[in-house]
Design a protein around this ligand. Structure first.
Ligand code: SF4
Length: 404
């Protein structure tokens, strides 16, 4: 397929595909899907080998958010029945982080619900970052606290944060349809603040909210322009009690095409499969490892993931390896720009966000005779798999052991 050969060549040169090429990836037929995965897999292996980076989420503050993000079970008015608690103390957060690190994670993502932190909140999170770094040499810490005010990114950097996550989530044109209490421009501004403060920027998207292929391509090209070191790809978990509870729009095949498109547009960036991995990729999760080089271990912010042990087995069975703390995630040209004070180099962030089971801050055609066009497979997606969605009842904020 000429398209795929072209995209591989461009990916190996870090050259952007055209919008038409990115749209064409989303429009490929099911008959061509393995060829798409193979092609994007070549780009993934060129920049990241067979390594899979594990990240671990700690929800520092859950629920009670005044914002109205439609995908989020922590939003104002949500009736989901999630865990609600205020700030974990540094030792509580450190204890939660330790479980993920013991399970093989190299990055801890500290997430808090809310529009953005107060200066007092930044103090609290700074104390938590220090506690986690003191207890775990070499650990990478990413903060995800919502919209940042002037100077807050610098203070988090001084406290030892390596990265900051804030997702664009969807295209600028449709942003107002999913959230009314802040703007797309607010989000871009926070990503830029993190970048400017020397934090490794992490910013991604949520697929499955009813957006068009054009919207998906728009947001991924906007992300390429912002140049984050990591891009979390969330697949909407339509959680009961949120406005998007009926949006079951994704198939495993659609998710694979989206991940492939993101890989082609952001070839040398840490692409992370975030919330919704188990719910939407289901038994196709191992194929997605050929596209993304990073996942979350264990549970998400407000929903439960598959057992951490199953994540590790899946990685090994698929022929990949967990990235060690002594391995640098990013390619040299990118890592050199984000070497942290402790000698770890990185990117990334929480990015697991809400409607995805996460937190804060943050369709097609084609084919030849007998092939199933992507649009047809998307139509099959309308079966609601609510049986795969479980609100998190363990780990941070509870007395029960975390999943890691
Ligand atoms: S995504 Fe973040 S800001 Fe939006 S409602 Fe959820 S917790 Fe609040």
């Amino acid at each position: 397929m000429d398209l795929l050969n072209t995209l591989v060549d461009k990916g190996l040169r870090r050259e952007s595909p055209s919008r038409a090429e990115a749209l064409a990836v989303l429009a490929t037929s099911d008959d061509d899907l393995l060829d798409v995965v193979t092609a994007a897999g070549k780009v993934r292996r060129h920049w990241f080998g067979r390594r899979v980076k594990l990240n671990y989420l700690v929800n520092l503050k859950s629920g009670l958010c005044p914002e109205d993000c439609s995908y989020c079970s922590q939003r104002l008015g949500s009736t989901t029945g999630i865990l609600k608690y205020t700030w974990l103390k540094p030792d509580q957060a450190s204890e939660a982080a330790a479980a993920g690190l013991a399970g093989g994670a190299k990055r801890v993502c500290l997430v808090a619900s809310g529009r953005g932190p107060t200066d007092r909140d930044v103090d609290r999170v700074s104390d938590t970052i220090k506690a986690i770094k003191e207890a775990n040499e070499g650990v990478e810490v990413c903060a995800c606290l919502g919209l940042l005010s002037e100077g807050q990114a610098e203070r988090l950097r001084e406290a030892g944060a390596d990265a900051y996550n804030h997702n664009l989530n969807t295209s600028e044109a449709t942003y107002g349809d999913i959230t009314s209490t802040h703007t797309y421009a607010d989000r871009v501004d926070t990503v830029q603040k993190a970048h400017s403060a020397g934090l490794s920027a992490c910013s991604g998207l949520i697929a499955g909210m009813g957006e068009s292929d054009e919207d998906l391509v728009d947001v991924v090209f906007s992300l390429r322009e912002l140049d984050p070191d990591s891009v979390p790809v969330n697949f909407l978990i339509p959680v009961e009690g949120t406005p998007l509870a009926k949006e079951w729009n994704l198939t495993p095949q659609r998710c694979l095409r989206i991940l492939a498109m993101v890989r082609f547009v952001c070839p040398d960036v840490e692409v992370r499969i975030a919330g919704g991995r188990e719910v939407h990729l289901r038994t196709m999760q191992p194929l997605a490892l050929h596209l993304a080089n990073s996942i979350f271990l264990g549970d998400y912010l407000t929903t439960e993931g598959q057992a951490g042990k199953a994540d590790l087995e899946m990685i090994a069975d698929a022929g990949f390896e967990v990235e060690g703390a002594d391995q640098v995630t990013l390619p040299e040209h990118r890592a050199s720009a984000v070497v942290s004070g402790c000698g770890s180099a990185e990117n990334a962030g929480c990015g697991s966000h809400e409607g995805t089971g996460g937190g804060c801050g943050s369709h097609e055609g084609g084919g030849v005779c007998g092939s199933v066009p992507a649009a047809a497979s998307a139509a099959k997606a309308n079966e609601a798999r609510t049986d795969l969605v479980a609100v998190r009842r363990r780990g941070a904020g509870t007395d029960l052991a975390p999943n890691a």
